[in-house]
Write a new protein. Structure first.
Length: 95
């Protein structure tokens, strides 16, 4: 599991994507995996660069690349890998 220091996080490039662009670029599975049990065992068996976390944010829920633990709602797995050195935030259209 990849954990970053504060210094590494501050140097991270952040990319914000729409839900549509995320689906086009990374092809996430439609299924969201739970944060416990067999689902969590499956997530833990996956390479870090294929895992995404649905996080409850201050105003809206967003998806971020990698495994997040604080405010996590669930996990997604993509068919295409992401760069674990960057922060990718997926925002959902409110309309």
């Amino acid at each position: 599991m990849d954990t970053k220091s504060l210094e590494e996080l501050l140097m991270t490039q952040t990319t914000i994507l729409t839900d549509d662009v995320w689906h086009d670029q990374y092809e996430p599975e439609e299924r969201m995996y739970e944060t416990y049990g067999e689902d969590m065992n499956y997530i833990n068996s996956m390479p870090d660069n294929y895992v995404w976390t649905l996080v409850d944010g201050d105003e809206d829920s967003v998806v971020v690349n990698g495994r997040a633990f604080v405010n996590r709602i669930g996990y997604y797995v993509s068919k295409k890998p992401h760069n674990t050195n960057d922060l990718i935030v997926v925002e959902f259209d409110a309309s």
